[in-house]
Design a protein around this ligand. Structure first.
Ligand SMILES: [Ca+2]
Ligand SMILES: [Ca+2]
Ligand SMILES: [Ca+2]
Length: 313
């Protein structure tokens, strides 16, 4: 995982006994936190979800055990460990800034139903044919858009672009040249487009989700050898109702944005313009569905009202 970010994994504890179960969850490392730290009277047959979050403080290997202590079952230890790497020292780098090259723009503030265009850059590759990059994301928070991968300047030949959904939240994006090598050394491999969806919404207005390149696979043309390398390059999307409410993207939530939401009021997925054809002017009506419940109504207006007059920066 990447230094400077946290990762949360969820474990489930099921009471398979016949008596109710109480226990404490204790972290032995300052890098690891558990939530909740105490469970009182879990009924037989019931399940308790525990979120365990790891936040490495320095690059390198880390470990941090979590103990589950109950009177009935004694102490059980969950071993956690992994490796933390400094971001962007890998074969794959990400950038949200659409200017040519890597500007290391790794965070965006936005709301539900907004588009994120993510540049995939590769570095220090040999001359390669097929290149495939695996990207992990939370499928409740973001979705890969249709035709969401276009090639960049690294690619010097006609390619077939393939997207292969390996599992929910893990997609492999591949570029397969039709003849000759794909490219070599470093450059902009391509741009992939995600859209935030309903699960990214949080009524508190606070939330984040991460999109992370986790693996690159390529074929070295001179030796005809395939390499698979784990990488860690991530961008973070931060829920921000102000930036959501700036529909015309002029930096502030103003009167023209107000007119947009008034005109879109009562729109739903069956309304024309909900999904605009690619390349058409304007914004999809869906963009104004701020709580991600597939309509534009009072709930969205309340979010809008709360940010009127503010600036997205
Ligand atoms: Ca860029
Ligand atoms: Ca605006
Ligand atoms: Ca809505």
């Amino acid at each position: 995982m990447t230094l400077g970010q946290s990762k949360t994994r969820v474990i489930e504890i099921i009471n398979t006994g016949t008596a109710s179960l109480s226990f404490d969850v204790e972290s032995l490392s300052p890098l690891v936190t558990a939530n909740p730290v105490e469970v009182v009277s879990l009924a037989p047959g019931d399940t308790q979800v525990i979120a365990i979050t790891v936040t490495p403080m320095e690059a390198g290997n880390f470990d941090g055990d979590v103990r589950i202590i109950s009177e009935l079952r004694g102490t059980q230890v969950i071993n956690l460990g992994g490796q933390s790497v400094i971001q962007n020292r890998d074969k794959v780098r990400l950038d949200l800034n659409r200017s040519v090259g890597i500007q290391d723009d790794l965070e965006e503030h936005l709301g539900v139903n907004q588009i994120v265009e993510l540049e995939l850059h590769v570095s220090d590759l040999p001359e390669v044919s097929t290149v495939a990059i695996q990207i992990a994301y939370d499928p409740d928070a973001v979705t890969l858009t249709t035709n969401g991968l276009i090639t960049g300047s690294f690619v010097s030949s006609d390619v077939l672009v393939q997207t292969d959904l390996i599992s929910p939240g893990l997609v492999e994006l591949a570029m397969v040249p039709q003849s000759g090598p794909l490219g070599n050394a470093s450059g902009h491999l391509g741009t992939v487009t995600f859209r935030t969806v309903g699960g990214f919404y949080d009524p508190t207005g606070v939330g984040t989700t991460v999109i992370e390149a986790v693996q690159i696979r390529y074929v070295d043309t001179t030796e005809n050898v395939e390499s698979t390398i784990d990488v860690s390059a991530a961008i973070q999307l931060r829920l921000d109702f102000v930036c959501w409410g700036d529909f015309d993207a002029d930096g502030e939530v103003g009167f023209s944005d107000f007119l947009n939401i008034v005109q879109a009021f009562n729109a739903s997925p069956t309304t024309t313009g909900w999904t605009l054809p690619p390349g058409s002017a304007g914004i999809p009506l869906r963009r104004l569905d701020g709580d991600g419940d597939n309509d534009i109504d009072f709930g969205d207006f309340v979010i809008f009202q709360g940010v009127f007059g503010l600036s997205c920066d």
